[in-house]
Write a protein that binds this ligand. Structure first.
Ligand SMILES: [Zn+2]
Length: 85
C-alpha cells in the first residue's frame, strides 16, 4: 500500500521557507466589496504586533515568521520579545 500524503504535509513546512508571493491572490469572485476598505488591513489596531502574510525576519534572531511583535523600534518574534517590559 502506497502512502499518499504527498502535498498536505509539504505545504505547511514549505510555507515558512520560501517567499514566492503566495499571499497575493485576489478574491474577485467572492464578496463585492464596494468602497469600504480599512486602511489598516494587515495590522491590528493595537499595533503591538504586526502580521506579514509572506513572513518576515525577526529583527533579533532572523527567524522568518508571520507575526512579529513590536519591541521598541524592532519587530521581533515571540521568543525575542521582552514580555517583562
Ligand atoms: Zn526572534
Amino acid at each position: 500500500m502506497a502512502e499518499d500524503r504527498s502535498l498536505d504535509e509539504f505545504a505547511g513546512a514549505a510555507d515558512a521557507d520560501r517567499d514566492d508571493g503566495h499571499g497575493d491572490r485576489s478574491d474577485a469572485d467572492t464578496a463585492p466589496e464596494s468602497g469600504e476598505q480599512s486602511e489598516t488591513d494587515a495590522e491590528p489596531v493595537t499595533a503591538t504586533a504586526t502580521w506579514t502574510a509572506d513572513g518576515a525576519d525577526c529583527d533579533r534572531c532572523g527567524e522568518p515568521i508571520s507575526r512579529r511583535w513590536r519591541d521598541g523600534d524592532a519587530l521581533v518574534c515571540a521568543d525575542c520579545k521582552d514580555w517583562s517590559g
